[in-house]
Design a protein around this ligand. Structure first.
Ligand code: NAD
Length: 490
């Protein structure tokens, strides 16, 4: 265990405060949230639980900042500021990745990629700030009409625990690009990198109050932020039920919402697929981040002629996975918390009670040297029917449900047979089959012959119960600006 304590010590002093109006705040409540390393169970310290008044202070700071030095930066200078923030993060990739791994358990390699992804969001949107053009609308000779994009005001950002740093950046970079100010509430399990990013932004020159971070639980701090009448847009990433609560809160003061919710995404392998390519892709598509990815390909739809061979190869692959502490770069790290481990184990237990059996994994597991960690085996259940809980509910853990299908039409029917519509993938060498699937599947993003093949420039979001709106890319700017139309009568 002491090696994990040594790693925690090597990360340096971890933040135990919030950032409001550019100041560190330790919060007025005696109650604090203890933060743990999910790989070892060791404590990383604690953060405050912001009260309604403290959330209000953060929103008021963001509101004041809307008319401060931030508001008079030229678009070019605002772009330069975003670029500098990206560079400041880049200078700290190693430390941020270490802390992200300690905070949420993902492998160090994955953490490094997500910190670099955070840099990418800032550099991508940095280049756009001075290109946010409006339009002119022809109204005849006696009038001139033009539109411009103006900020929406203070935006609220509620972040989950599974990819904390890049989820923070994918909302904050475009909202700043559009000239807004923001208040962020990170997940209670993983608040650390959000606090550090807010400080790095100030070091890069961002004026105080432009980005504030309040810590706390969803039901008090999160709700106070979403109900705050001065918050004009809320970007929420999290579970479907919380998303509905956020939308209700936003409705009380007519704020707009972006909801990035859960998924139960289908990954289809047709009989002509290149299995050498499909096997690692299916495994990575579902087991990356221990299955705690909203767009994970958790339902494998496989055409019957290749069903037996594919499952056998996937089982071999899953059984070869090495589990361990994220800092050791294993194939798979721990789940975020004991609570999440219990939830995933519950899905497995209930599946067994319904008569399903696991052809790989299916159990919590203790990993040597990580006895306090929350590990669950990479798991595969074959011949799951489309109406089973394992095919319908988001598990958010490393369980793959295999559903054999007769042909492409059957696959499309099964693919669309859930409340969700976040992502989908298909492996085939036949471009017509791939495109028929891509057109028919109800999903915000479709991956052909390479799951999770997107980037910071590709719009991301869900259909049906997976959410409203899109983040990333140029489309991601729409939520953070509003159109003002000016008509001049001559
Ligand atoms: P969650 O809904 O429990 O919590 C998400 C965030 O909402 C946390 O910060 C939490 O404190 C806050 N929250 C909880 N109740 C709230 C309330 N009443 N008002 C305001 N805020 C509240 O979700 P989670 O368990 O942390 O994250 C996992 C979920 O997130 C999964 O469903 C996953 O699919 C989804 N997710 C979606 C995306 C996406 O981009 N679509 C990305 C990552 C995770």
């Amino acid at each position: 265990m002491s090696r994990w304590q040594d790693a925690i010590d090597a990360a340096g002093k971890l933040p135990e405060y919030m950032i409001v109006d550019g100041q560190r705040q330790s919060g007025s409540r005696a109650e604090r949230i203890e933060v743990y390393d999910p790989g070892s169970g060791l404590s990383l310290g604690s953060v405050p639980v912001a009260t309604i008044d403290e959330v209000d202070e953060a929103v008021q700071a963001a509101k004041r900042a809307l008319t401060g030095p931030w508001s008079v930066l030229s678009p070019k200078d605002r772009g330069r500021m975003l670029w500098s923030i990206g560079e400041r993060i880049r200078e700290n990739v190693e430390r941020l990745a270490l802390i992200e791994t300690l905070d949420c358990g993902k492998t160090l390699q994955d953490s490094t990629i997500t910190v670099e992804r955070a840099v990418d969001y800032f550099s991508y949107y940095a280049g756009i700030v001075d290109k946010l053009e409006g339009t002119t609308i022809p109204l005849g000779d006696s009038k001139v009409c033009f539109t411009e994009r103006v900020p929406v005001g203070v935006t609220g950002h509620i972040v989950p625990w599974n990819v904390p740093i890049s989820t923070f950046a994918r909302g904050i970079a475009p909202t700043l690009a559009c000239g807004n100010t923001a208040v962020v509430k990170p997940a209670e399990d993983t608040p650390l990198t959000a606090i550090l990013l807010a400080e790095l932004m100030q070091e890069a020159g961002l004026p105080p109050g432009v980005v504030n971070v309040v810590t706390g639980y969803g039901a008090n701090t999160g709700q106070a932020l979403t109900e705050h009448p001065e918050v004009r847009h809320i970007t929420f990433t999290g579970s479907m039920n919380t998303g509905k609560a956020v939308m209700t809160a936003a409705a009380s003061h007519v704020a707009s919402v972006t909801l990035e919710l859960g998924g139960k995404s289908p990954h289809l392998v047709l009989k002509d697929a290149d299995l050498d390519r499909a096997v690692p892709d299916v495994l990575k598509g579902v087991f990356k981040n221990a299955g705690q990815i909203c767009s994970a390909g958790t339902r494998l739809l496989v055409e019957r002629p290749v069903h037996a061979e594919l499952v056998s190869r996937l089982v071999d692959g899953a059984n070869a996975y090495v589990l361990g502490h994220g800092l050791e770069n294993p194939d798979m790290g721990p789940l975020i918390s004991a609570r999440q481990l219990q939830s995933v184990a519950g899905f497995a237990e209930r599946a067994r009670e319904r008569g399903l059996s696991f052809c790989a994994g299916g159990n919590p597991v203790t990993v040597e040297t990580c006895e306090g960690g929350n590990f669950f085996e990479p798991s595969i259940v074959d011949n799951v029917s489309s109406d089973d809980e394992l095919a319908q509910s988001e598990i958010f853990g490393p369980i793959l449900s295999v559903i054999p299908v007769n042909d492409l039409d059957h696959a499309i029917e099964v693919a669309n047979d859930t409340a969700y519509g976040l992502a989908a993938g298909v492996h085939t060498l036949d471009v017509s089959q791939a495109m028929r699937f891509a057109k028919a599947v109800e999903a915000g993003q479709v991956f052909i012959n390479g799951y999770h093949g997107g980037s910071d420039a590709v719009p991301f979001g869900g259909m049906k119960d997976s959410g409203i709106g899109r983040e990333k890319g140029l489309t991601g700017l729409d939520a953070y600006s509003q159109i003002k139309a000016v008509t001049i009568s001559m």
